[in-house]
Design a binder for this molecule. Structure first.
Ligand code: AQP
Length: 328
């Protein structure tokens, strides 16, 4: 089978450089490799409280960002998760094949729920990995490019596929997480020991930030003792994070970057990182603004949903039949 690639982002907030490096930066390369199903995870966005108008705007923004990153609708399907009902239907089935113990061990659930009052933690947040497994399974995706934070969820999806196939035969395709070597976890600029995250925006670079804001954020990023630009996540987390950002955007290895910056002081190094981010994001932002203006995302989302529904419904039927539901 040719590669089937599935990738998604939740429209929960302003997209960050972490999301860009994990998903958007690689989009063109993914389309060269195989058939891409790319979705806006709007049902997942409901797992934490969100204002309806904010959710709508974020979803439009995300569609425009995908297109600005080079998404080609002829070689991929871009769609809203909520526009393919099979996601919810398969979720209703698959929640019976993953267990409470497994779900309660998920790091993301533990981290997010730890910040909430117990009686405000929704069932959807707890069961998030079930729906995520369905997102993947529906498209027979064998490759799922993600940041490091999502690999535990992909492992759970693999367990589900194994469990299901052992019981019913070879029904589901086994997915595999693919994590970038450089840039698997972009950290906050103000606290490089925590992930840059759109729902906890401290020390984030947002994809819509003006160049002057980007420069200011990078120039005031937390750095470490010493003066050498060297990758050392334990002793130099701030510098290591900036090196990672630079390398991910320039597509070079960490040791190549260490050579480039061997004689740089922190200030000059930060200027170079700021230039790299601005060079990448300014043309991207121009394309984004044009797409928002001409609303070209509307047709793309419609067509994408049609393509996605056709494939997802086939998988859903296969599963329904396998478990003994009557298809009438
Ligand atoms: N800081 C990051 N470094 C590398 N990859 C990252 N990703 C997110 N943050 C970083 C990756 O981006 C993809 C889409 O993420 P998501 O929207 O599905 O949710 P997330 O992983 O929970 O990302 P956020 O930004 O932290 O969102 P919120 O705050 O809403 O939970 C995923 O592949 C993710 O790994």
């Amino acid at each position: 089978m040719a590669e089937r690639i599935l990738t998604g982002i939740k429209p929960t907030g302003q997209l960050t450089l972490g999301n860009y490096i994990a998903v958007l930066k690689n989009l063109k390369q993914q389309m060269d490799r195989g058939e891409c199903f790319i979705f806006i995870a709007d049902l997942h966005a409901l797992t934490l409280p969100i204002d309806p108008e904010v959710l709508r705007q974020n979803s439009i923004d995300l569609a425009a960002f995908y297109l600005a990153a080079g998404l080609d609708p002829k070689r991929s399907a871009l769609f809203l998760q909520s526009s393919v009902p099979a996601h919810s239907e398969l979720n209703a089935i698959m929640q019976n094949y993953l267990y409470m113990g497994e779900l309660s061990r998920m790091t993301q659930f533990k981290e997010k729920s730890a910040k909430m009052k117990e009686n405000a933690i929704g069932l959807g947040l707890f069961a998030y990995p079930v729906l995520m497994a369905c997102d993947i399974i529906l498209y027979d995706a064998n490759i799922v490019p993600v940041g490091e934070d999502q690999t535990q969820h992909i492992e759970l999806a693999r367990d589900l596929v194994n469990r299901f196939n052992n019981r019913y035969g070879n029904i589901l395709t086994m997915p595999k997480a693919e994590v970038r070597k450089v840039g698997k976890r972009i950290m906050s600029l103000s606290n490089p020991t925590v992930k840059m995250s759109k729902s906890d925006p401290k020390g984030d670079i947002f994809l819509k930030d003006d160049p002057a804001v980007i420069r200011k954020k990078i120039m005031s990023a937390v750095t470490d003792l010493g003066s050498e630009v060297k990758f050392d996540e334990e002793n130099k987390p701030g510098i290591s994070n900036l090196l990672t950002i630079y390398c991910a955007l320039k597509d070079i290895s960490i040791s190549e970057a260490e050579q480039i910056f061997a004689n740089y002081r922190y200030g000059d190094f930060k200027k170079a990182v700021a230039d790299a981010v601005i060079d990448e994001l300014v043309p991207f932002q121009e394309r984004y603004r044009q797409i928002i203006k001409d609303k070209s995302y509307e047709d793309v989302l419609n067509e994408g949903a049609k393509k996605a529904r056709a494939i997802a419904n086939q998988t859903l039927k296969r599963v329904q039949k396998a478990i003994g539901l009557l298809i009438v």
